[in-house]
Design a protein around this ligand. Structure first.
Ligand SMILES: NC(=O)C1=CN([C@@H]2O[C@H](COP(=O)(O)OP(=O)(O)OC[C@H]3O[C@@H](n4cnc5c(N)ncnc54)[C@H](O)[C@@H]3O)[C@@H](O)[C@H]2O)[C@@H](O)CC1
Ligand SMILES: Nc1ncnc2c1ncn2[C@@H]1O[C@H](COP(=O)(O)OP(=O)(O)O)[C@@H](O)[C@H]1O
Ligand SMILES: [K+]
Length: 483
């Protein structure tokens, strides 16, 4: 099952569906117990609990309530707890009584000597940045911050990181992940999901991410009856004689991502074959031969030739991925793809997205990518640290790259080759996009090892990453029976 991320409204609906558990405070007690468990784990791992000092920053709502009950548990375990109340008149009364009763102290500022800080300014009820008083409390904090539900100052639904917001080392959340845990993952640190007995309902048009196990299980591999044609032949249209790099990177990625066969069309055919002799490369589309999907666009130019190729390819009934220059051509004439019924995947970066949609992506990335997919009636993959893939029906798959080493010229050409080959193998466009984004991100991480990389290094890591994923998640690699 993909991991689902909920909006604040959907979290509230799921909480309300628990009835008594919400009303009688059971959910909050469970949430608090989860926060306390995580904090105790951190303290234990760094020298023990007894006599250690924890500072709590408490806002006006139930988020603060979670932390105060957690503080009561910590205080009973011998942790010195002090809480700064940002809204003393509206602090959660039950939580405050429990905290005080367990020996917790109320202070005007965080003590200098705390070992850890709990951020309970706001949870899903928060709007906008940390207000000045809260920002001032966090200003000098250098110890790890454990965020309750979410790092305060980050929008729960859009993941917008406001200027003043918390950067957490650990985020403890309850019952189900919220959108921001994916959309603002780099600010959440390690995310711990605590079971509080609340079951989210599946929303088909929600936000999801694939697990590594799902990516591994869906990756196409040849079976005993397969040959080079049966696995889905991908046709790459990319690059030019003057700019052969995009052609080489996209073709190499297609060769690396799946078995079977890669065809290439373009004036860089010779250069492609000199790097990848297994690619069947021709200059003209008319000579290409049969493919099961096209991946068109990187470095191909935006002139009449590009338009002709796109017209021909998009008029057919094969799956098509369009990237880069191809998107610029489509932005001039969106009817080339609008309402296309065969699987269609557009893979813009933010600039290309703005060209296609007529407006910048804006703060609400899931809404923007959903709107463009719905408008054009095709699947749209918006690139970036958090790649989002939206279907016309509004289902979005996201992938946090886990690092930003892929932000390098030519990395998008590699993504085109990977995703194109998955389309040719028959994966639905959103799954092809999501699987490609995950492997691409893992390849960047593996290639980097902490040092800068170029797209060639990323490409070289694609095969080992697929191999590792499959091995780690039960992919059988075959055997030879001897004498
Ligand atoms: N309802 C429940 O029983 C449960 C609630 N849970 C917790 O409750 C949280 C939601 O609680 P609430 O709906 O009370 O809302 P929050 O506690 O998230 O915040 C709402 C309060 O913060 C104020 N506020 C909003 N933005 C602010 C900002 N930028 N700076 C300072 N103050 C701001 C609001 O005026 C309001 O008083 C969840 O995130 C979770 O931590 C969990 O305990 C699970 C069970
Ligand atoms: N900050 C980032 N962190 C991680 N990955 C990124 C980041 N910025 C871009 N990427 C990824 O790198 C690739 C860049 O693609 P693109 O912008 O089309 O570059 P190019 O056209 O040079 O190949 C995409 O896969 C994108 O998701
Ligand atoms: K918080």
């Amino acid at each position: 099952m993909p991991i689902q991320y909920l909006t604040a409204d959907a979290v509230r609906a799921a909480e309300h569906a628990t009835g008594d558990l919400l009303a009688n405070g059971t959910l909050m007690r469970r949430a608090a117990a989860g926060v306390a468990r995580v904090v105790l784990g951190e303290l234990t791992g760094t020298g023990g609990c007894y006599g250690r000092a924890v500072g709590l920053v408490i806002g006006a709502g139930n988020n603060g309530g979670d932390a105060l009950y957690a503080g009561a548990i910590l205080a009973r375990r011998g942790v010195r707890c002090s809480a700064v109340l940002l809204a003393p008149d509206t602090t959660h009364s039950g939580g405050l009584a429990a905290f005080r009763g367990a020996g917790g102290r109320i202070t005007g500022a965080l003590p200098d000597t705390v070992d850890l800080v709990i951020d309970a300014v706001v949870g899903i009820g928060g709007t906008g940045p940390l207000r000045p008083a809260a920002a001032a409390v966090f200003a000098g904090v250098t110890v790890p911050i454990v965020a309750v539900d979410l790092p305060s100052g980050i929008d729960a639904d859009t993941g917008v990181v406001h200027d003043r917001s918390v950067r957490a080392a650990i985020t403890v959340t309850f019952g189900a992940y919220r959108n921001l845990h994916l959309l603002a993952a780099p600010r959440c640190g390690r995310i711990v999901l605590v079971d509080i007995g609340m079951a989210p309902t599946d929303t088909p048009d929600g936000l999801f991410s694939l697990t590594d196990a799902e990516v591994a299980a869906r990756w196409p591999v040849p079976g005993p009856a397969d040959d080079k044609y049966t696995q889905g032949v991908v046709g790459i249209v990319a690059g030019s004689q003057r700019y052969p790099g995009a052609a080489i990177l996209a073709s190499g990625a297609a060769v690396s991502a799946t078995s079977g066969m890669t065809r290439f069309v373009g004036s860089a055919a010779e250069a492609v074959v000199s790097h990848y002799p297994e690619v069947v490369a021709v200059d003209d589309l008319a000579d290409a031969g049969k493919v099961q999907a096209w991946a068109v666009g990187p470095g191909m130019g935006t002139g009449d030739r590009a338009l002709d190729i796109l017209r021909t390819v998009l008029a057919g009934d094969l799956p098509v991925l369009v990237d880069a220059d191809g998107l610029t051509v489509i932005a001039r004439d969106p009817d080339l793809v609008r309402g296309r019924t065969a699987p269609t995947l557009l893979t813009p970066h933010a600039g290309e997205f703005a060209r296609l949609s007529g407006a910048a992506v804006g703060a609400d990335r899931p809404a923007a990518v959903r709107a463009l997919a719905a408008d054009l009636g095709v699947t749209v993959l918006l690139k970036g640290r958090i790649t989002l893939v939206a279907t016309p029906a509004g289902r979005v798959y996201g992938n946090d790259a886990g690092s930003s080493w892929a932000a390098t010229a030519g990395a998008g050409d590699v993504l085109t080759g990977i995703a194109g080959s998955l389309l040719a193998a028959g994966l639905e466009p959103e799954i092809a996009g999501a699987c490609a984004a995950r492997v691409h991100a893992l390849a960047a991480l593996r290639a980097s090892g902490g040092a800068p990389i170029g797209a060639s290094a990323l490409l070289a890591a694609v095969r080992p990453v697929i191999g590792n994923l499959r091995t780690a998640h039960g992919g059988a690699d075959g055997h030879i029976t001897t004498g």
